[in-house]
Write a protein that binds this ligand. Sequence first.
Ligand SMILES: Cc1cc2nc3c(=O)[nH]c(=O)nc-3n(C[C@H](O)[C@H](O)[C@H](O)COP(=O)(O)OP(=O)(O)OC[C@H]3O[C@@H](n4cnc5c(N)ncnc54)[C@H](O)[C@@H]3O)c2cc1C
Length: 370
Amino acid sequence: MRILVSGAGVAGLSASIDLARAGHTVEIVERAGHLRTNGSPIDVRGDAVGVIEQMGCLDEVIEHSITMTEGAKFVAEDGSVIAPQPMAETNDSDDDVEIPREDLMRLLREALPDSAQLRFEDSVRSLSDDGDQVTVVFESGQEGRYDLIVGADGAHSNVRRLVFGPEQDFVKHLGLYVAIGNAPAQAVSGNAPHSVHILNLPGRMACLGRYRDQALAIFTFRSERIEYDHHDLSAQKRILADFYGEDPQWKIPQLLAAAHADPELYFDAIAQIRMPIWHDGRVVLIGDAAHCATPMAGRGTSLALTGAWILTEELTRHDGDHAGAFTEYERRQRPYSDKAQASASGGADLMVPATEEEIEQRNTRLLSAQ
Ligand SMILES: Cc1cc2nc3c(=O)[nH]c(=O)nc-3n(C[C@H](O)[C@H](O)[C@H](O)COP(=O)(O)OP(=O)(O)OC[C@H]3O[C@@H](n4cnc5c(N)ncnc54)[C@H](O)[C@@H]3O)c2cc1C
């Protein structure tokens, strides 16, 4: 089949690898001008480890893996350690492999068969499914006809909007925002390599993570929904400054400067995508486009890998019956995404207590558990 994949994140790249290897003709269209490799190290967990193995990438993933979050600690304003982050409360499996996002993206890019065409700086403008094929018009003006469309374009999916309706119909805001900036190690002073230090202020947290020669500036804060254009990075940096610009504590000014200097800052609402069905005609959604669980779940990458794998397996098994394949893909993938989404809400009270009293109570609880 001739398949268009919208989005070259983990979901889009892994689906393209799997589908191209299964003999399909794959075209990928990515809105950005390059692969978006920024972000914090991410976890490959549970059955996704088996998927990575079947894709033939496990040795390389393990070779590039790091151990970071095990050492996460809450600190006071002077930087002194209060208590370790209790991993059992935020990590629901011990079979995970932690790998920098840029390494996983690079490994997937390298595994992409030459037959798969990857095109940057373009996006689907419209699509019409006549039952036999889908005609797509791209923003570039190009047109194409495809047997299937795979929407892998993230939580703010364009394909989802075009086929299933506006984002607001499917989004559940969890009351938090996250910003993750990557910077050279020297951009933020102090702290040992491979450490994660977290300072809480009421309703806000600032975090310095270190791995290899990098510093990670991570901010998570409580807020009702904020209206902004999620393609407008300057607007996102202004929101971050509004929430942290007056905070001189600990390393917040350095972390904020590092985040502002990052041209690829990742900023988003911590919001889930919940849909009753992930397919319509010849169009199917995978990854965050279908079931974003949020970074609080720590499972977005694993879900993307399993979804892409299951979709390909079912298309092969159903040999031309895409409707049957899509139904079976949903039946097998939903337990993974339901579990991940259910696990996401618990972390907020631990990671971002809302008040000074709640920060104190959390610290007392963690200290007494030591
Ligand atoms: C830059 C970045 C940094 C991230 N950092 C973290 C992190 O630190 N921690 C964490 O837990 N999760 C992070 N995530 C989310 C995480 O990658 C996903 O939850 C998970 O990997 C599932 O990925 P996905 O491919 O479904 O979605 P995404 O990773 O969001 O990938 C979607 C892709 O689609 C592209 N796209 C968007 N709109 C269009 C369009 N109209 N046409 C074509 N392509 C489009 C995007 O540019 C992106 O490449 C990050 C995502 C991005 C994009």
